[in-house]
Design a protein around this ligand. Structure first.
Ligand code: PEP
Length: 262
């Protein structure tokens, strides 16, 4: 991998939205408005059908492309699936892995997440690995246990070199698409724990450089306060990334908060 990822890191997950013309239009608006925002790593994750066309729009900009998922096999009879090399070939630099919607609705497991991370790394893609607890787990006091398990199983067998290229997205399931954001203190508590957990696996220095982002109803109004927290390096944004204006305002707030806490 020939590129060091920047902080703040802000990725927009377009989920199952956007036809090709709509995706092109949104990407063009983001590219235009992102000209003065090169301090941040800006990433968009359109649906598979729009990847190549969005790539054409991003070509001369600093905005990067991400897949929303992949399958770990290289090729073969896996109807409906997309491989890491296909994503790379379409122009992706990143791939989201283990999103809670994949875990909840499509039966994704930690061991599958682990295989997907390894496939991404083998093909020079930076994995954005999503972890987080459900409302029930939070209420039972199981949040830390859950994220610790997801880290242990998801990153199983990954050495320090691999780990340097992994972005962790803490996304409490109860905050995704619900309008209920974790408070900055709630997010920071878990993200600090994640960094400690990474330090115990990979050492203090590598863990202090790890990129740990937050996701769950991030909006322009809450992004400054969230990113002001010590262990929040950026965002994975769903709903608010579907409009260029709100996505760009989140990036601006993230840059402002990041500069002030440095
Ligand atoms: C997401 O899709 O990862 C997400 C955090 O969605 P939203 O911002 O809509 O909660």
């Amino acid at each position: 991998m020939n590129k060091k990822t920047k902080i703040p890191f802000v990725a927009g997950n377009w989920k199952m939205h956007m036809t090709i013309p709509e995706a092109r239009e949104l990407a063009s608006k983001i590219v235009k408005s992102s000209v003065g925002l090169s301090e941040a790593e800006i990433v968009v994750a359109p649906p598979f059908t729009a990847l190549s066309e969005v790539m054409k729009v991003l070509e001369d900009s600093s905005v990067q492309l991400s897949g929303q998922d992949l399958y770990w096999e290289e090729k073969g009879a896996f109807t409906g699936e997309i491989s890491a090399s296909m994503l790379k070939n379409a122009g992706c630099q990143y791939v989201i892995i283990g999103h809670s919607e994949r875990r909840q609705y499509f039966g994704e497991t930690d061991s599958g997440v682990n295989k997907k991370i390894k496939a991404a790394l083998q093909h020079d893609l930076f994995p954005i690995v999503c972890i987080g607890e459900s409302l029930e787990e939070r209420e039972k006091g199981e949040t830390m246990g859950k994220v610790a398990r997801q880290i242990e199983k998801g990153l199983d067998g990954l050495g320090s070199n691999d780990f340097e290229r992994v972005i962790i997205a803490y996304e409490p399931v109860w905050a995704i698409g619900t309008g209920k954001t974790a408070t900055p203190a709630q997010a920071e508590e878990v993200q600090a724990f994640i960094r400690e957990k990474l330090a115990s696996r990979y050492g203090k220095d590598p863990a202090s450089c790890a990129i740990i982002i937050y996701g769950g109803s991030v909006k322009p109004e809450n992004s400054y306060d969230l990113l002001s927290e010590k262990n929040i390096d950026g965002f994975l944004v769903g709903g608010a990334s579907l409009e260029a204006e709100s996505f760009i305002r989140i990036i601006e707030q993230a840059i402002k908060a990041f500069k002030e806490k440095k």
